[in-house]
Ligand binder design. Structure first.
Ligand SMILES: [Ca+2]
Ligand SMILES: [Ca+2]
Length: 285
């Protein structure tokens, strides 16, 4: 448990701190002692992405927004067992496949089955973490970094989202826990930092508004993999709900674009033929 006394406020963080290279975006940040502290900000982010409030199959909202709250994961794929990296594109297809420099992923156990809230990794964690959606949390194992890679749900076709948000629990340090967004060329669009709430909940969501296409989101949770206690420069952080724009495949080029592309290719081919003739003539001389 983190021993420093921290004043927890339920204040809406109007503008999450960020390092942005380029892009148009709206960011949503809030932190506080319990779920109510961040509820309205989470709901505002949902409204920004669209899709309404009625969930369909596989966490789909109106075909425009997806959510993962971890709570329906079968016990066989929850702590102390691992969650397959592609669970949310195969078992429950939601277009999200995880990767990490660590060794894997865990969803926390339900009460009565195994220790809750990652008490299997450190018996103090349930007194330190809390849920936004009871009762499961999520983490990478062996690393505080994980990537969310987007696919057309249920396929291996790369796809792009318009925005992503996550709930964190027990964020102690400023400018540490973050979301970094990468476009279709894997170029960073910016890093955004989550607000802090010792033993509480933090939300950070970023929606891009100028057609940016997010292929990957890198989530940094605190500065240490789960296992040690907080304190002495260590900040462990676990994750709850993911909320993101429906992953969409690359758009098919418009007919006008195809004509231009065809003209361009024809022009390049003509140029190549001209160069070939010139080379042949020069060699002939
Ligand atoms: Ca949950
Ligand atoms: Ca912490």
């Amino acid at each position: 448990m983190f021993t420093r006394t921290t004043l927890i406020t339920a204040a809406l963080v109007i503008c999450a701190s960020s390092v942005v290279t380029k892009a148009s975006f709206v960011s949503f940040g809030a932190a506080g002692s319990n779920a109510a502290s961040i509820q309205s900000t989470v709901d505002n982010f949902r409204t920004q992405l669209g899709g309404g409030t009625v969930p369909g199959a596989n966490g789909s909202f109106g075909g425009v927004r997806r959510e993962i709250n971890w709570d329906g994961v079968p016990d066989a794929f929850a702590a102390p067992n691992s969650l397959p990296a592609n669970f949310f594109n195969v078992n429950s297809p939601r277009g999200a496949v995880f990767s990490t420099p660590g060794t894997g992923f865990q969803v926390s156990a339900n009460a009565g089955v195994a220790p809750v809230e990652f008490d299997n990794l450190n018996p103090g964690y349930s007194a330190q973490f809390q849920t936004f959606s009871p009762q499961r949390l999520f983490t990478a194992i062996g690393s505080n970094i994980l990537d969310v890679n987007f696919f057309v749900a249920g396929t291996n076709v790369p796809a792009f989202s318009s925005g992503f948000g996550a709930v964190f629990t027990d964020v102690d340090f400023l400018d540490t826990t973050s979301l970094q967004f990468f476009d279709e060329n894997d170029v960073s669009l910016g890093t955004f930092f989550a607000p802090t709430a010792n033993n509480g909940l933090s939300f950070l969501g970023v929606a891009f508004t100028a057609g940016e296409r997010i292929s990957r989101v890198r989530i940094t949770s605190g500065n240490s993999p789960l296992g040690p206690n907080d304190g002495g420069g260590i900040d462990v952080v676990a994750l709850d709900d993911f909320i993101y724009g429906e992953p969409q495949g690359a758009p098919v080029p418009e007919p006008a674009t195809m004509i231009l592309l065809g003209t361009g290719l024809a022009g390049m081919a003509a140029g190549a033929r001209r160069r070939l003739r010139k080379d042949t003539n020069e060699r002939g001389r």
